[in-house]
Design a binder for this molecule. Structure first.
Ligand SMILES: [Zn+2]
Length: 226
């Protein structure tokens, strides 16, 4: 399918945040986002491969917004946080946003939506409302769903056998995209946690164990507008 480059966002350091929209328009969009945490190269790689496939594919016809790397400064520096030291996934203006961080790496910013990377995403949401957001991360492999997308998580689980979880026990995430999407836009969020690289786990392997499920998901009717 064909994609257009949208006007890129700007990071704290002024770098471009690339963003693409499928040529087909709709009243709401499937968001594919990676690199919210700059050191999570596994999720960035998986989305890059999926995007490359989509560009060649002619059978998928969903409307997409694709952000291959949201936290471009963090990606360049291999840090979870952006150049202000903020965890972008704790900085969304949810009702439960809190200025407290359990650990430094979860620093949520001085106030909600303080960061230019998230302001860019928010602008996109307003212009191109999300119907569902799939956000690629890496940690312990799991399919963490917020809002009405348990079926999507189960569909993927049938391919990759990652556990499907509604909430991660002992790991509250105030100000996360998973809280924000359903609360503000009624858009469910699937936080797709890839496994981490290790001696036995290469980027290639992570893609290989996920490519069929992800492609079949985009070819299924599960992401059609309700
Ligand atoms: Zn992450």
């Amino acid at each position: 399918m064909e994609f257009l480059s949208l006007k890129p966002g700007r990071s704290v350091e002024g770098d471009e945040i690339p963003c693409f929209r499928s040529e087909n328009k709709a009243s709401n969009y499937v968001y594919l986002v990676a690199g919210t945490h700059g050191d999570e190269v596994e999720g960035v790689y998986v989305l890059q491969q999926l995007f490359d496939w989509l560009k060649e594919d002619e059978d998928v016809n969903l409307p997409f917004i694709i952000l291959p790397i949201l936290n471009v400064d963090g990606y360049r520096a291999s840090t979870r946080v952006n150049s202000h030291g903020v965890d972008l996934n704790r900085n969304y203006p949810t009702k439960n946003w809190s200025s407290e961080a359990r650990e430094k790496k979860y620093f949520p910013g001085e106030k909600a939506l303080s960061e230019p990377e998230n302001q860019f995403l928010e602008k996109l949401f307003q212009k191109y409302p999300p119907r569902i957001i799939i956000s690629f991360h890496s940690w312990k492999p799991m399919l963490n769903f917020n809002g009405d997308c348990e079926k999507v998580a189960q569909f993927l689980e049938s391919y990759n056998s990652y556990p499907v979880v509604a909430e991660i026990e002992g790991h509250p995430t105030p100000g996360s995209l998973g809280e924000y999407g359903p609360e503000k836009y009624k858009a469910p969020v699937l936080t797709f946690e890839c496994p981490l690289l290790s001696e036995d786990v290469s980027l290639r392997k992570i893609w290989e164990e996920n490519q069929q499920g992800l492609k079949e998901l985009l070819l299924s009717n599960l992401l059609e507008s309700k």
